[in-house]
Structures are given as C-alpha cells and as structure tokens.
Design a protein. Structure first.
Length: 356
C-alpha cells in the first residue's frame, strides 16, 4: 500500500494546531468546528501511518535477529512474532483504507466479547461454554473469523471466563444486543434427581478499540511477564510468555497466556485493555448526558437478566421487549439471526418514537 507522505501530514497537523489557537478561529464557532474536524481527520492518518512505520521497523529488527540468533527456540519465537506483525500491518493498512473510504464507524467494527460464568457453579461454566459455541456458530454463518484472546477453562469443559474477538463486516451492528445477563433453566447432566437448575452467565460486547479511540501512555502501564501454566500445573514452555498489564489510572488488569509468543500475548492483552477503556469512556459520556444505562455486565444475579433459555419448555425469552422464540436447540446452534433482526427493528422503532 502506498502511504500518504508522513512529513507533509505532520506539517499540516502543526499548521492546524496553530490555527486552532488563533483568536480569529476561536471567535467563530463555524470555523472552529471545520478546523477541528480537519485536525482530527489528519491526526487519524498520522497515527495509523506512524503505527505502520513502527511495525515495519520491528519487522526489520526481527529479520536481523533471525539471521544472528543461535538459539532455535528464540529464532522460532522471532519468526512467530514477525508473522503476527505482518498481520497487524495488513490490518492497520485496512483501517487506513476504511477511513479514506468513510467506512470507519462503530457499527461496522469488529467486537471483543467477554463471557463469564455467573451464579450456578459448574452448570454456569458449562452454560458460558454453550454461549461461546453459539456465537462461534453464528459467526461462521456470516463468514466471520473468531479468535480466543483469553480463556479460563474448567475441568468439565466449561469456561469461568472466555474473551474472544470476532472479525468481519458489521459485527458490532449485529451483536451489540447480546450484552447483559443470560439465564438458563434446565436439568444438568450431573443432576441425579431430575431437578431444574437456574444458572447465569454474563456477556459483554465491546466494539474493538483502535489507537485513535484510546490513547494509552506508556507510563500509565505496569507490564509483567510470567510463565504460562497449562493443565495439571505444567508449563506451556520454559520462557516467560504470559503477560499481565495493569492500567494504573483505572486499576484495570488484563492477563493473557494462550499464545506461545510473549509479543502476541502482549498485543492481545493490550487490545482487550483498549476496548475496556473505550467502554468506560462511553459509559461516562452516557452518564454525563443523564441517560439511564445499566452496566453491560451487572452483578450477574438471577434477577438481572436480558434473556432466559428455558429448556424444559423449549422457549427463549428476551425480557427487554418481551419476545419469545422456540426450538431452543436450533437457537443454541447459532441460528439467532431472526432474533437479532427482531431486536434491531424494535430498537430502531423505539428510538424513532423517542425523537417524535
């Protein structure tokens, strides 16, 4: 991809900054808005191009390391990181193209989804795994790509927590309605007396943040590395590849250890942190506008729910609009398109009514 001239864009940015400080511009709200928009647009270009240039430099450094390093394990790690950097470079160039074409909207973004087991013990962990499978199958239907960023698995093949990214066209537009507490009523496989159990899992859907959305200063981060632990107390490998990032101003902590490359784990953890910070910023904006809005996750208690999956009655109920669907097994197999389309339409109708 032929990048715009970075020096020219930086010079333009300096000139726009100077204009924004001039009394003439400050005295005219119309001119101020116009110059501010041009400044923000130029800043987006500069940030993305600088990121691409930095990635190119890191790739060159890895090429030197691969040629000079003698330890096979570190050569393999360098090659893995180089492959990952090429993916990041292509993705960033794609973001730049989207901005140039006017496609960089929240609705069109990829998402980071977080599913956590709530009340209900092992059954809640299994339900969290069921929801993860449901969204994976839904993503496959649209040809989207799913990637696990972090996972805390249980011995019964459930999840205490799983964080994953879904990449594709208009992902956030479709999945944003899935945020909230999901409740399941069913007879667990381990239940000997045939009693129906009630469990919950929480789902958070975050639009994938970019460096433009959230600026994080290096001095605000505490980054630690440690050895990634596998099942049964085993180590995934001898070197410290797992990463824990603490955002000091907010206290947010993100860990990632699924990859064999420290660089990949760091990039994944940083991406999760960015999206969580973006969600916090959006939440703050809504509160400042005096809009009532629940937290996406809530406290995961049984009374806080957006949807109930009742297996004995073969019924799914969405409590926001009092909708009901049947054929629950088909629903759990990822066929949730009709439900999402109904939610989209009802939400749009509600928004339109509020504008009248």
């Amino acid at each position: 991809m032929n990048l715009p001239n970075l020096k020219n864009l930086r010079d333009k940015l300096v000139n726009l900054e100077r204009e924004l400080q001039s009394p003439e511009i400050l005295s005219s709200s119309e001119k101020l808005v116009e110059i501010s928009r041009e400044y923000n647009k130029t800043k987006e270009f500069v940030d993305l191009i600088e990121k691409i240039e930095n990635i190119k430099q890191k790739i060159e450094e890895l090429d030197i390391l691969i040629k000079t390093e003698k330890e096979p394990e570190f050569i393999e790690m360098a090659k893995n990181e180089k492959d990952f950097l090429f993916q990041e470079k292509n993705k960033t160039e794609g973001q730049l193209k989207d901005i140039l074409s006017g496609k960089n909207t929240t609705e069109s973004r990829n998402v980071i989804m977080e599913i956590r087991a709530g009340t209900g013990g092992d059954e809640a962990s299994l339900f969290a795994a069921n929801l993860f499978r449901m969204y994976n199958l839904f993503a496959e239907h649209y040809g989207w790509r799913t990637e696990i960023l972090s996972a805390n698995r249980t011995t019964l093949y459930g999840f205490k927590e799983v964080i994953f990214k879904i990449e594709g066209k208009n992902v956030y537009k479709y999945l944003k309605y899935e945020s909230g507490v999901h409740r399941v009523q069913r007879i667990p496989e381990t239940e000997k007396n045939g009693r129906i159990h009630t469990s919950t899992a929480t789902v958070a859907v975050l639009p994938e943040a970019t460096d433009i959305d959230v600026k994080i200063k290096n001095e605000d981060l505490q980054i630690e590395t440690f050895r990634a632990g596998g099942h049964g107390g085993q180590n995934v490998q001898k070197v410290e590849t797992a990463v824990r990032i603490t955002h000091l101003p907010t206290g947010l902590v993100v860990s990632c250890q699924d990859e064999r490359s420290q660089f990949k784990n760091k990039e994944k953890a940083f991406k999760i942190l960015q999206s969580r910070l973006l969600a916090m910023m959006e939440e703050k904006k809504h509160k400042e506008r005096s809009e009532e809005r629940r937290s996406q996750i809530g406290s995961a208690e049984r009374c806080e729910k957006i949807r109930t999956y009742n297996f004995p009655q073969d019924r799914i109920t969405d409590h926001r609009f009092n909708l009901n669907w049947h054929n629950i097994n088909d629903f759990m197999d990822g066929n949730i398109q009709n439900a999402i389309e109904q939610l989209q339409k009802l939400d749009e109708d509600k928004r339109s009514a509020n504008l009248v």
